[in-house]
Design a protein around this ligand. Structure first.
Ligand code: GDP
Ligand code: IMO
Ligand code: MG
Length: 419
């Protein structure tokens, strides 16, 4: 059986958590493949709202394996909090498996993240400060500590060796810190992480594929935050794209089935970096307000703008998307006109792709579509939706040359329509 992949096509926060939860009943295994607690994946059902950071979004379904893959980086402190918060809801966590090859975020990784951002001043990435960049740097620098190391006899020795390297770098940054308390908390939290099954997850998945199990790979962040193909350097430190599912889980491209690309009916970005269709006026503010656009991890307000077609086409190509899912259509209710960026002007010349340089100089050119007034959050089927929404969907499908299979009109599981 093939592995389907679900990932974000914009700058993250497209609604991945909600849709993974909706689709989980079709799968045996949900496997997160990259990123760490920089992610905030929100789910809503039965009037309760949950935000997950490290744990895959299939965790609320019984009888489904949730797996944290080798491509993920784990902060034991945040992991412990997540476990405590879902355990309060009587959610079974015995079906949560963790790759021995997943890297650990140390307290000093977080300090390094903060020191690096401070040193960058106005040029800062706008990192979530969860230690993501420094942890992946240690992974590629071949210095990192992995989940499988926790049970080794010389774990503390390895920890101290890496910590001491970090302290030297912090010295270079001239960054003040107090490690005692956070280190104590980290070791205390490690005991929770230790209780879970640490496995050779690539072998586990190979067997599952052989035994026809249905697997969904859950991405974090979005394509435009990808380390290679995002708006570098204003990106995260992992491959958020479909290729990341192969490296982040140890599965071959031959085993990838459908790739579900999720996007909002408009666009948001949190943190620094170019955003060609960003709105700096009351329309942008209105979208942010109606869409409740605040980061699920940091609470920072998200920057808002109209949908960006060239950026979406780029993301579709890089990922080999087979099906699209459009989120937050309800947020666009009440606008007389909806705009969509169809191309850009760069130094007066028309371009329809994201160039290597000068992304912050791109002037968006828009097509205007008719808006609608009706509140979509109460509708029970898409046939009740205004014709203007149907027109918007059809127009997007034509532009993007792919079917939009899901339209979401609210944060709840139930506010999801299949086409
Ligand atoms: P993720 O990181 O891709 O999982 O997305 P986030 O959870 O960070 O952000 C998506 C936000 O939009 C969350 O607050 C969701 O509850 C909410 N959401 C998801 N789908 C919809 C939708 O169709 N309409 C509205 N109004 N909110 C939605
Ligand atoms: P989910 O999975 C939105 C952004 C940060 C910053 C940049 C680098 O919820 O969609 P990092 O902490 O990775 O060093 O930050 O990436 N960022 C996200 N933006 N959603 C996310 O995850 C993000 N994870 C990181 O705001 O601009
Ligand atoms: Mg999020």
């Amino acid at each position: 059986m093939n592995v389907d992949v679900l990932l974000g096509l914009q700058w993250g926060d497209e609604g991945k958590g909600k849709i993974v939860d909706v689709l989980t009943s079709n799968y045996n295994i949900i496997a997160r493949f990259q990123g760490g607690p920089n992610a905030g994946h929100t789910l809503e059902f039965d009037g309760i709202k949950h935000v997950l950071h490290t744990i895959p979004s299939g965790i609320f379904h019984q009888g489904v394996i949730n797996l944290i893959g080798n491509g993920v980086v784990i902060d034991p402190v945040i992991f412990k909090k997540e476990i405590e918060s879902i355990s309060k809801l009587n959610v079974k966590t015995s079906e949560l498996l963790i790759s021995k090859k997943a890297h650990l975020i140390l307290p000093t990784h977080k300090l390094l993240d903060a020191a690096s951002e401070k040193a960058k001043g106005k040029e800062k990435i706008g990192s979530t400060l969860k230690g993501i960049g420094p942890t992946y740097m240690d992974k590629t620098g071949r210095n990192g500590l992995r989940v499988g190391d926790i049970s080794s006899n010389n774990f503390e020795e390895k920890y101290n060796a890496l910590k001491n390297k970090h302290l030297q770098i912090l010295n270079f940054y001239d960054y003040e810190y107090d490690l005692t308390e956070i280190e104590e908390k980290w070791f205390d939290s490690l005991s929770v992480l230790k209780k879970f099954q640490h496995i050779d997850s690539e072998h586990y998945l190979h067997n599952a594929i052989k035994n026809n199990k249905k697997i969904l790979a859950e991405g974090a962040q979005g394509t435009l935050l990808d380390i290679d193909f995002g708006s570098y350097p204003f990106v995260t430190s992992s491959n958020t794209i479909s290729a990341g599912a192969c490296t982040g889980l140890g599965i071959s491209p031959r085993h990838i089935g459908d790739t579900y690309g999720i996007f909002k009916a408009y666009c948001t970005r949190v943190g620094s970096g170019p955003f060609p269709s960003e709105l700096f006026d009351e329309t942008g503010e209105k979208i942010g307000k109606i869409g409740n656009e605040f980061g699920a991890t940091t609470g920072r307000p998200r920057r808002c703008g109209w949908i960006d077609i060239p950026a979406l086409k780029y993301a579709i190509n890089i990922n080999g998307v087979t099906q699209l899912m459009m989120m937050k259509a309800d947020v666009l209710s009440g606008f007389d006109k909806i705009k969509a960026c169809t191309h850009y002007l760069l130094n007066g010349k028309k371009i329809d792709y994201l160039p290597f340089e000068d992304n912050d100089k791109l002037i968006p050119v828009y097509k205007e579509l008719s808006g609608w007034k009706e509140n979509l959050m109460e509708i029970e089927s898409l046939s009740e939706a205004p014709k203007e929404l149907h027109k918007y969907i059809k127009w997007l499908e034509k532009e993007l040359e792919l079917p939009i299979k899901i339209v979401s009109v609210g944060p709840d599981r139930k506010q999801t329509f299949f086409r």
